[in-house]
Design a binder for this molecule. Sequence first.
Ligand SMILES: C[C@H](O)[C@H](O)[C@H]1CNC2=NC(N)=NC(=O)C2=N1
Length: 121
Amino acid sequence: MADTADTADGRMTSETFLAEVGTPNWSVVDGRARAVFATGTFATGLHFVALVGERAEAAGHHPDLELRYPEVVVSLVTHDVGGLTTKDVRLAQEISTVAAGLGIQARAAGASAVPPSPAET
Ligand SMILES: C[C@H](O)[C@H](O)[C@H]1CNC2=NC(N)=NC(=O)C2=N1
């Protein structure tokens, strides 16, 4: 694979991340990759979270996962460089593959159907 890093520590711009990840599921918000998957039911969301957790453990890279009804919000960043890296690209691709395998659609541009909690406002 070509070297797609934009900085010496591996951080990439949001444009590079989105081009690399190659699915429309993801957006970049405040320096983090974000996707919202419309799981429809709580049980499907729980199952999706469990499968994503297995992939994350295997990768040694871990997303923030918000299990909501009726969606799961996924957020990714590489903590030690404070930005997005190829680790985030790979895990984002895997998460999109898991979602597709379960027939779960992503919402456009990371939009949520659920109002923010008071702590976020
Ligand atoms: C040592 C270990 O690889 C690191 O602490 C990993 C673990 N999981 C991680 N997950 C995420 N999302 N970002 C990290 O920087 C990160 N670092």
